[in-house]
Design a protein around this ligand. Structure first.
Ligand SMILES: Cc1ncc(C[n+]2csc(CCOP(=O)(O)OP(=O)(O)O)c2C)c(N)n1
Length: 368
């Protein structure tokens, strides 16, 4: 986009420039792309909040305040940009989300309060996603079309076909977004998704997003993949594809924007692969200690914004401080909340359904 097309923004920037004597840019240029300053600051703030949430939950896994940890430090840019683009709502007129277990930033960008994530981490009875029965990051929000996340990797790609078919049938502009890691793409569900999404004349609007962090638990991707990019696999299926540096929020925003525009308008599939870092290993099972040598997308973006005069170091510190306080307060809140009772174990296996003649209230599948 030429700089002249970028809407003038920026009373805030002007105020900052007076305060700090810096002449701010009205946009950030990176990876051959350009994004306006206001949007960059919004993305930055959400990335910082996501990182604070992830770091606090890692601490919970070590302190005994929570249990198993898995999450997405290093994937903040992809998640936040994606979350800000979602057409949020319930039913086929809106986007459906078929996620895996590293998407906290996406949900925060959509407006989820931190405490909703913390409750799952602490497995409290108040956890809105699973009532304390599932791992952290395994969201389920009917009102936002967030299809329950399962620990069984890759099945989300085949489920996305179903919701995309419904969206196409309803002639909406909704997109079914499926997100997963690189290793999982070796599974059949990923191929099934490509086949079903690209049937001639029956294509469906699935956005297949692959976050490639270079590992499947402890197996390095380069020992498993001979293709240069996973996204190259889309070509023989006639699926449009691209790959992007997920450590570059500006380039990531633009790549996602192109992907969404294509799926919304053409009602066809698109595959985007984002190269991301894995900053704390696979999960708490491998210790979740900070890994050295991986690029840190939050730090990279912060330096870019400071270099462009859009962000001042003191303001960055304030944003980080506020985010850490917010995460601490959420962790403190859930510490005193009730845990599930053993007597509840058979409840809530399926959602109550008035059309279920036998178990309209709470079908557990078990004899009463
Ligand atoms: C069907 C299935 N097979 C194996 C596993 C065990 N498992 C959990 S995470 C994981 C690695 C996934 O790696 P990748 O798809 O690259 O995603 P990442 O965790 O790196 O984001 C595996 C093999 C699983 N959960 N489900």
């Amino acid at each position: 986009m030429p700089a002249s097309d970028i809407p003038p923004n920026h009373r805030d920037d002007e105020e900052r420039s007076v305060a700090y004597g810096v002449k701010p840019s009205r946009f950030v240029e990176s990876g051959g792309e350009i994004l306006d300053a206001e949007r960059c600051l919004e993305i930055y703030r959400l990335m910082v909040r996501t990182r604070a949430l992830e770091e606090r939950t890692i601490k919970m896994s070590k302190s005994g305040e929570g249990y198993f940890w898995v999450g997405g430090p290093g994937e903040e840019a992809v998640n936040v940009c994606l979350g800000l683009m979602i057409k949020k709502g319930q039913g086929p007129a809106f986007d459906y989300l078929h996620l895996h277990y590293r998407n906290a930033g996406l949900l925060l960008a959509m407006g989820m309060p931190m405490v909703d994530h913390m409750r799952q981490m602490a497995m409290t009875a108040t956890d809105r996603h699973s009532m304390g029965r599932n791992f952290v990051g395994h969201y389920a929000i009917a009102a936002w079309n967030v299809v329950p996340v399962t620990s069984v990797i890759e099945v989300q790609y085949t489920m996305a076909i179903g919701t995309a078919m419904v969206q196409k049938r309803f002639e909406s502009d909704g997109v079914s977004v499926a997100v997963g890691g690189d290793a999982g793409t070796a599974q059949g569900d990923f191929s099934s998704c490509m086949i079903w999404a690209s049937r001639p004349g029956q294509e469906v609007p699935v956005l297949m997003l692959v976050t490639n962090n270079g590992y499947g638990i402890s197996t390095p991707a380069h020992t498993q993949h001979s293709e240069e990019h996973i996204s190259d696999r889309a070509t023989p299926f006639g699926i449009r594809s691209d790959n992007v540096n997920g450590n570059d929020p500006v380039a990531t925003w633009r790549a996602l924007e192109r992907a969404f525009n294509y799926c919304r308008r053409s009602r066809r599939p698109y595959m985007l692969e984002a190269a991301v870092s894995r900053l704390h290993g696979h999960s708490s099972s491998s210790g979740a200690a900070r890994v050295g040598g991986e690029p840190d997308v939050v730090k990279i973006f912060e330096d870019q914004l400071i270099g462009s005069g859009i962000l001042h170091r003191e303001l960055a510190e304030m944003i980080r401080h506020d985010a850490a306080e917010e995460a601490d307060a959420a962790a403190e809140q859930v510490a005193t909340e009730p845990r599930p009772l053993p007597s509840d174990v058979e409840k809530h296996t399926y959602a109550p359904s008035p059309v279920d003649a036998i178990y309209p209230d709470d079908y557990t599948g078990l004899p009463r």
